[in-house]
Design a protein around this ligand. Structure first.
Ligand code: LLP
Length: 403
């Protein structure tokens, strides 16, 4: 399993900042971005970080600084990106089930918007006509992704305008002279199979003749990263090569389209670590539980998607391995791993959970009135606290005492 921060670095960070702690390694994000840009160098492609994966403003700023755009899924993400200093032209807002007011706010902010419903497209057309080039998010009827909860392009998915509604879409576009600049799809997350992306571009390529102002085909995110030690990396150059082959073999009346992608996990999953500390060891005769000072409130992926996250006992790395069930301190059966082989675990040891950068902190909560962890960014060998750990006042901050 590729590792960019060493056990001793992680141990020092745990001692210095306390646990539970999210740590992100900036250079790993850059390495991933460079894999994308070099893999896609054969194609005119642009990348927008799907910041729903991780929105700390320092991460947004860093990702902006290495040349990547930002893809947002709410107006507040747009505001965070602007706050981080990202230029509106580098921000994309791919909407889903939102009110028209939010689309107006995004237009006022000057960012590119992908609209995902016919009703909002119609409202957009009435208000802006051809004055603001826009995109449409389509539902391509492609089933892809690691599991159904993260599959977004299939026939029963709530996302996007179903491609079988293309006639209505065209009618709205023509009646209001809307300039459609991008056609967008996102079929799901954890996709390794290059042919899924080719299938996506094929579906969209059949529609381009309807849109004379089209400049961009946006294939969304979804590149899978390795989570389990034996997982292989997604072959980005293979995906790029297959997409190029498809595009080169189609004429489109001489028109050329830029490809856009919105990677979330690919950029930030592997850069992140959740460092926890063992509170209790419980041997019930059948299983040994290692209970850590974290839980589904900090990393919900194992409970929500049955996701595998690699775990290492960095405090006792040469001891013999035994099977442990790693559980959280939440009053639920929150489990990070079942019967997982770990080097002998003792109370007080640091257990590091890998691939914690994407949808880790971002999906955390204060359930059980627990504090959200602190976040640290390691860049050029230096560690910066980029979010303070919650304190008791944070639990009360928005409560209104009326009794
Ligand atoms: N673009 C759009 C329109 C999306 O909906 C998503 C993810 C992405 C890009 C980025 O996908 P990625 O490259 O990260 O796979 N919380 C789940 C993942 C939900 C993804 C939702 N949409 C998880 O932890 O697996």
């Amino acid at each position: 399993m590729p590792q960019s921060l060493s056990h001793s670095q992680l141990n020092d960070l745990a001692e210095r900042f306390g646990t539970p702690l999210y740590v992100y390694h900036a250079e790993k994000i850059k390495e991933q971005y460079e894999k994308l840009t070099s893999g896609f160098s054969v194609i005119d492609a642009k990348f927008f970080f799907a910041c729903k994966a991780l929105t700390n403003i320092n991460i947004l700023k860093y990702i902006d600084s290495i040349g990547c755009g930002i893809d947002c899924s709410s107006i507040n993400e747009v505001k965070l990106a602007l706050h981080a200093g990202v230029h509106p032209h580098k921000i994309l807002y791919t909407s889903n089930g939102i009110s028209f007011e939010e689309i107006q706010e995004a237009v006022e902010a000057g960012v590119h918007v992908n609209i995902d419903s016919l009703s909002n497209l119609e409202k957009f057309g009435k208000k802006y006509g051809n004055s603001y080039p826009v995109g449409v998010r389509l539902r391509p009827n492609i089933l892809a992704g690691g599991n159904l909860k993260i599959s977004t392009g299939h026939e029963r998915s709530k996302f996007g305008i179903p491609i079988d509604r293309i006639d209505f879409l065209k009618q709205i576009v023509e009646e209001n002279q809307i300039k459609i600049k991008t056609l967008h799809i996102h079929t799901g997350s954890d996709i390794k199979d290059a042919d899924i992306f080719v299938h996506g571009v094929k579906v969209l390529s059949e529609l381009v003749s309807h849109f004379p102002d089209l400049e961009v085909i946006d294939l969304g995110g979804g590149f899978k990263v390795p989570y389990e030690p034996e997982d292989e990396e997604t072959d980005i150059a293979l995906i790029a090569g297959k997409l190029k082959k498809f595009l080169d073999s189609h004429v489109f009346n001489g028109r050329k389209f830029q490809l856009w992608f919105e990677p979330g996990k690919y950029l930030v999953s592997e850069c992140g670590y959740l460092i926890t500390q063992v509170n209790v060891i419980k041997d019930n005769g059948v299983q040994i539980f290692a209970g850590v000072n974290s839980g589904l409130n900090h990393l919900i992926r194992p409970m929500m998607y049955d996701a595998y996250h690699h775990i290492v006992n960095i405090s006792n790395p040469t001891a013999e391995e035994k099977a442990y069930t790693v559980t959280g301190y939440i009053c639920e059966t929150d489990t990070f791993a079942n019967d997982r082989l770990l080097h002998e675990v003792r109370e007080g040891d640091y257990l590091v959970i890998y691939n914690a950068g994407a949808y880790g902190f971002e999906m955390s909560s204060n359930y059980n009135s627990r504090y959200k962890p602190a976040e640290v960014l390691v860049k050029d060998g230096e560690a910066f606290l980029i979010r303070k750990r919650d304190e008791f006042e944070d639990l009360l901050r928005k409560q209104v005492k009326v009794l």
